[in-house]
Design a protein around this ligand. Sequence first.
Ligand SMILES: Cc1cc2nc3c(=O)[nH]c(=O)nc-3n(C[C@H](O)[C@H](O)[C@H](O)COP(=O)(O)O)c2cc1C
Length: 221
Amino acid sequence: MQVSEAVAARRSTRAFLDRPIETALLRDILERAARAPSGGNLQPWHIHLLGGAGMERFRAVMEPKLEAGHADTPEYPIYPSPLAAPYRDRRFAVGEEMYTRLGIPREDKPARLRWFQNNWRFFEAPAGLFLFVDREMGAAQWSDLGGYLQTVMLLLVEAGLASCPQEAWAVHHKTVASFCDVPENLMLFCGLAIGHPDPDASVNALATSRAPSNEWLTIHD
Ligand SMILES: Cc1cc2nc3c(=O)[nH]c(=O)nc-3n(C[C@H](O)[C@H](O)[C@H](O)COP(=O)(O)O)c2cc1C
Protein backbone atom coordinates (compact mmCIF):
# COMPACT_ATOMS: atom_id res chain seq x y z
CA MET A 1 0.00 0.00 0.00
CA GLN A 2 1.25 3.48 -0.87
CA VAL A 3 1.50 6.00 1.98
CA SER A 4 -0.92 8.28 0.12
CA GLU A 5 -3.49 5.45 -0.06
CA ALA A 6 -3.27 4.88 3.68
CA VAL A 7 -3.60 8.62 4.37
CA ALA A 8 -6.69 8.80 2.17
CA ALA A 9 -8.27 5.60 3.54
CA ARG A 10 -7.84 6.37 7.26
CA ARG A 11 -10.92 7.68 8.93
CA SER A 12 -12.19 7.71 12.47
CA THR A 13 -14.15 4.48 12.84
CA ARG A 14 -16.80 4.20 15.53
CA ALA A 15 -18.22 0.71 15.06
CA PHE A 16 -16.24 -2.52 14.92
CA LEU A 17 -16.76 -6.21 14.17
CA ASP A 18 -16.64 -8.67 17.04
CA ARG A 19 -13.36 -10.10 15.77
CA PRO A 20 -10.28 -10.38 17.98
CA ILE A 21 -6.87 -9.08 16.96
CA GLU A 22 -3.58 -10.79 17.73
CA THR A 23 -1.70 -8.85 20.40
CA ALA A 24 1.56 -9.66 18.56
CA LEU A 25 0.33 -7.76 15.48
CA LEU A 26 -0.57 -4.68 17.52
CA ARG A 27 2.67 -4.80 19.46
CA ASP A 28 4.56 -4.89 16.15
CA ILE A 29 2.62 -1.87 14.84
CA LEU A 30 3.16 0.12 18.05
CA GLU A 31 6.87 -0.66 17.95
CA ARG A 32 7.25 0.25 14.28
CA ALA A 33 5.30 3.50 14.81
CA ALA A 34 8.03 4.58 17.20
CA ARG A 35 10.01 5.49 14.05
CA ALA A 36 7.88 8.66 14.21
CA PRO A 37 10.11 11.69 14.72
CA SER A 38 10.15 13.70 17.93
CA GLY A 39 11.96 16.89 18.87
CA GLY A 40 15.37 15.99 20.35
CA ASN A 41 14.35 12.34 19.81
CA LEU A 42 12.67 12.51 23.25
CA GLN A 43 10.06 9.91 22.18
CA PRO A 44 7.70 11.27 24.84
CA TRP A 45 4.94 8.68 24.28
CA HIS A 46 3.95 6.08 26.90
CA ILE A 47 1.50 3.51 25.61
CA HIS A 48 -0.74 1.00 27.38
CA LEU A 49 -2.32 -1.54 25.05
CA LEU A 50 -5.55 -3.32 26.04
CA GLY A 51 -6.78 -6.44 24.29
CA GLY A 52 -8.31 -9.84 25.01
CA ALA A 53 -8.69 -10.51 28.72
CA GLY A 54 -7.08 -7.14 29.51
CA MET A 55 -9.89 -5.36 27.69
CA GLU A 56 -12.45 -7.49 29.56
CA ARG A 57 -10.87 -6.54 32.89
CA PHE A 58 -10.92 -2.87 31.93
CA ARG A 59 -14.56 -3.03 30.84
CA ALA A 60 -15.47 -4.61 34.18
CA VAL A 61 -13.98 -1.56 35.92
CA MET A 62 -15.39 1.02 33.50
CA GLU A 63 -18.96 -0.16 33.06
CA PRO A 64 -20.13 0.42 36.66
CA LYS A 65 -18.65 3.94 36.46
CA LEU A 66 -20.67 4.66 33.34
CA GLU A 67 -23.81 3.25 34.87
CA ALA A 68 -23.28 5.46 37.95
CA GLY A 69 -22.81 8.52 35.71
CA HIS A 70 -19.28 9.02 37.08
CA ALA A 71 -16.90 11.50 35.40
CA ASP A 72 -13.54 13.00 36.41
CA THR A 73 -12.63 16.63 35.85
CA PRO A 74 -10.39 16.48 32.76
CA GLU A 75 -6.76 17.22 33.53
CA TYR A 76 -6.44 19.39 30.45
CA PRO A 77 -8.98 21.46 28.51
CA ILE A 78 -9.92 19.39 25.46
CA TYR A 79 -10.85 22.54 23.53
CA PRO A 80 -10.18 26.22 24.19
CA SER A 81 -13.14 27.89 25.83
CA PRO A 82 -14.73 29.74 24.14
CA LEU A 83 -13.92 28.07 20.84
CA ALA A 84 -13.85 30.77 18.18
CA ALA A 85 -14.65 30.60 14.46
CA PRO A 86 -13.66 28.90 12.22
CA TYR A 87 -12.81 26.05 14.63
CA ARG A 88 -16.18 26.19 16.38
CA ASP A 89 -18.00 25.87 13.04
CA ARG A 90 -15.88 22.91 11.95
CA ARG A 91 -16.53 21.14 15.24
CA PHE A 92 -20.25 21.81 14.99
CA ALA A 93 -20.32 20.57 11.37
CA VAL A 94 -18.66 17.22 12.11
CA GLY A 95 -20.97 16.64 15.07
CA GLU A 96 -24.04 17.33 12.95
CA GLU A 97 -22.78 15.09 10.13
CA MET A 98 -22.17 12.26 12.58
CA TYR A 99 -25.53 12.47 14.36
CA THR A 100 -27.32 12.77 11.02
CA ARG A 101 -25.67 9.48 9.97
CA LEU A 102 -26.84 7.98 13.24
CA GLY A 103 -30.36 9.36 12.77
CA ILE A 104 -30.28 11.19 16.12
CA PRO A 105 -31.82 14.68 15.84
CA ARG A 106 -30.32 17.76 17.53
CA GLU A 107 -33.26 18.05 19.96
CA ASP A 108 -32.78 14.50 21.27
CA LYS A 109 -29.98 15.40 23.70
CA PRO A 110 -30.38 12.24 25.85
CA ALA A 111 -29.94 10.00 22.77
CA ARG A 112 -26.88 12.00 21.67
CA LEU A 113 -25.41 11.69 25.14
CA ARG A 114 -26.14 7.97 25.26
CA TRP A 115 -24.40 7.49 21.95
CA PHE A 116 -21.44 9.61 23.04
CA GLN A 117 -20.96 7.25 25.98
CA ASN A 118 -19.82 4.62 23.45
CA ASN A 119 -16.52 6.48 23.53
CA TRP A 120 -15.96 5.04 26.99
CA ARG A 121 -16.60 1.53 25.71
CA PHE A 122 -13.96 1.97 23.02
CA PHE A 123 -16.93 1.76 20.62
CA GLU A 124 -16.97 -1.98 21.46
CA ALA A 125 -13.60 -2.41 19.74
CA PRO A 126 -11.70 -5.59 20.64
CA ALA A 127 -8.53 -3.59 21.37
CA GLY A 128 -7.57 -0.12 22.44
CA LEU A 129 -4.68 1.86 23.73
CA PHE A 130 -4.05 4.73 26.07
CA LEU A 131 -1.42 7.33 25.30
CA PHE A 132 0.20 9.03 28.29
CA VAL A 133 2.75 11.82 28.49
CA ASP A 134 5.04 13.02 31.26
CA ARG A 135 3.51 16.01 33.05
CA GLU A 136 6.72 17.96 32.60
CA MET A 137 6.37 17.91 28.83
CA GLY A 138 5.12 20.96 26.96
CA ALA A 139 3.36 21.86 23.71
CA ALA A 140 6.28 20.71 21.55
CA GLN A 141 6.25 17.20 23.03
CA TRP A 142 2.46 16.99 22.83
CA SER A 143 2.82 17.58 19.10
CA ASP A 144 5.20 14.59 19.00
CA LEU A 145 2.36 12.48 20.43
CA GLY A 146 0.25 13.47 17.44
CA GLY A 147 2.95 12.31 15.05
CA TYR A 148 3.19 8.97 16.85
CA LEU A 149 -0.58 8.55 16.87
CA GLN A 150 -0.96 9.23 13.15
CA THR A 151 1.86 6.78 12.38
CA VAL A 152 0.04 4.10 14.40
CA MET A 153 -3.23 4.86 12.61
CA LEU A 154 -1.63 4.59 9.16
CA LEU A 155 0.08 1.30 9.99
CA LEU A 156 -3.28 0.00 11.23
CA VAL A 157 -4.82 0.91 7.87
CA GLU A 158 -2.03 -0.97 6.11
CA ALA A 159 -2.86 -4.01 8.29
CA GLY A 160 -6.56 -3.80 7.28
CA LEU A 161 -7.58 -2.38 10.65
CA ALA A 162 -9.36 0.81 11.67
CA SER A 163 -9.20 3.11 14.66
CA CYS A 164 -10.66 6.12 16.40
CA PRO A 165 -8.52 8.52 18.42
CA GLN A 166 -10.37 9.56 21.57
CA GLU A 167 -9.72 12.59 23.71
CA ALA A 168 -13.01 11.73 25.39
CA TRP A 169 -11.01 9.50 27.72
CA ALA A 170 -9.71 12.64 29.44
CA VAL A 171 -13.06 12.66 31.24
CA HIS A 172 -12.15 9.33 32.89
CA HIS A 173 -8.43 9.89 33.35
CA LYS A 174 -8.36 8.76 37.00
CA THR A 175 -10.05 5.45 36.25
CA VAL A 176 -7.72 4.87 33.30
CA ALA A 177 -4.57 5.82 35.23
CA SER A 178 -5.57 3.60 38.15
CA PHE A 179 -6.34 0.63 35.88
CA CYS A 180 -3.05 1.04 33.99
CA ASP A 181 -1.25 1.61 37.28
CA VAL A 182 0.83 4.44 35.81
CA PRO A 183 3.08 6.57 38.03
CA GLU A 184 1.82 10.02 39.14
CA ASN A 185 4.12 11.82 36.70
CA LEU A 186 2.23 10.46 33.70
CA MET A 187 -0.98 12.05 32.46
CA LEU A 188 -3.45 10.72 29.93
CA PHE A 189 -3.64 12.43 26.56
CA CYS A 190 -6.07 10.16 24.69
CA GLY A 191 -7.21 6.67 23.83
CA LEU A 192 -7.37 4.87 20.50
CA ALA A 193 -10.07 2.30 19.71
CA ILE A 194 -8.73 -0.40 17.38
CA GLY A 195 -10.54 -3.09 15.42
CA HIS A 196 -11.95 -4.35 12.16
CA PRO A 197 -14.38 -1.76 10.84
CA ASP A 198 -18.06 -2.74 10.71
CA PRO A 199 -18.93 -2.09 7.05
CA ASP A 200 -22.67 -2.05 7.80
CA ALA A 201 -22.58 0.62 10.53
CA SER A 202 -23.98 3.90 9.25
CA VAL A 203 -21.66 5.93 11.49
CA ASN A 204 -18.68 4.48 9.64
CA ALA A 205 -19.95 5.98 6.38
CA LEU A 206 -19.14 9.43 7.76
CA ALA A 207 -16.59 11.01 5.43
CA THR A 208 -15.51 14.26 7.03
CA SER A 209 -14.70 17.30 4.94
CA ARG A 210 -11.63 19.51 5.11
CA ALA A 211 -11.35 23.26 4.82
CA PRO A 212 -10.04 24.42 1.44
CA SER A 213 -6.34 25.13 1.55
CA ASN A 214 -6.82 28.88 1.02
CA GLU A 215 -8.11 28.95 4.63
CA TRP A 216 -4.86 27.65 6.13
CA LEU A 217 -2.08 27.58 3.53
CA THR A 218 0.14 30.52 2.57
CA ILE A 219 2.81 29.96 0.00
CA HIS A 220 5.75 32.29 -0.43
CA ASP A 221 7.47 31.39 -3.69
C1 LIG B 1 -6.36 13.62 19.19
C2 LIG B 1 -7.74 13.30 18.68
C3 LIG B 1 -8.76 13.08 19.59
C4 LIG B 1 -10.05 12.76 19.15
N1 LIG B 1 -11.02 12.47 20.07
C5 LIG B 1 -12.21 11.95 19.65
C6 LIG B 1 -13.16 11.47 20.59
O1 LIG B 1 -12.98 11.54 21.79
N2 LIG B 1 -14.30 10.89 20.11
C7 LIG B 1 -14.55 10.78 18.77
O2 LIG B 1 -15.59 10.22 18.41
N3 LIG B 1 -13.68 11.26 17.85
C8 LIG B 1 -12.51 11.83 18.25
N4 LIG B 1 -11.58 12.25 17.34
C9 LIG B 1 -11.85 12.08 15.92
C10 LIG B 1 -12.12 13.40 15.19
O3 LIG B 1 -13.45 13.78 15.42
C11 LIG B 1 -11.83 13.17 13.70
O4 LIG B 1 -10.46 12.90 13.54
C12 LIG B 1 -12.21 14.34 12.83
O5 LIG B 1 -13.60 14.60 12.88
C13 LIG B 1 -11.82 14.08 11.37
O6 LIG B 1 -12.41 12.89 10.91
P1 LIG B 1 -11.55 11.67 10.38
O7 LIG B 1 -10.63 11.22 11.48
O8 LIG B 1 -12.57 10.59 10.04
O9 LIG B 1 -10.78 12.12 9.18
C14 LIG B 1 -10.31 12.67 17.76
C15 LIG B 1 -9.27 12.94 16.86
C16 LIG B 1 -8.01 13.26 17.31
C17 LIG B 1 -6.91 13.51 16.30
